[in-house]
Ligand binder design. Structure first.
Ligand code: ZN
Ligand code: ZN
Length: 115
């Protein structure tokens, strides 16, 4: 099994990007892992499809930064909202509490006067 694989790989190098055999034509050899790509595939993928060698730093940063930025924005938007909701809830609770307390006091006073 491994013999066959080795022989196939040696005789017919397979482009890791399109999985097709690399035979003749323009070939791009990865300097890091020596994977052979079709020149077209390398032009399309830019980086090595096997080890990622040659990936432009700008592209890597572009793919990495937007989610973090979004998360930061979401967190910044989320926090004040939840704080406001908590404040409103506390105000409502204290307001209801004051109302109930006032009603109870009024009832007590009324009962005392009546009795
Ligand atoms: Zn290819
Ligand atoms: Zn490579």
């Amino acid at each position: 099994m491994s013999d066959l694989n080795v022989r196939v790989q040696r005789d017919r190098p397979v482009c890791p990007y399109c999985k097709a055999a690399v035979e003749g034509g323009d070939v791009w050899l990865c300097p890091a892992c020596f994977a052979q790509h079709h020149a077209e595939c390398h032009h399309e993928h830019v980086a090595c499809a096997t080890c990622g060698h040659g990936r432009p730093a700008a592209a890597a940063a572009a793919t990495a930064s937007p989610p973090a930025e979004h998360a930061g924005l979401l967190a910044a938007v989320d926090d004040p909202t939840s704080n406001a909701v908590t404040t409103i809830g506390l105000l409502l609770i204290s307001g209801v509490f004051a109302l109930v307390l006032g009603a109870m006091l009024l009832a007590v006073v009324t009962l005392a006067r009546g009795g």
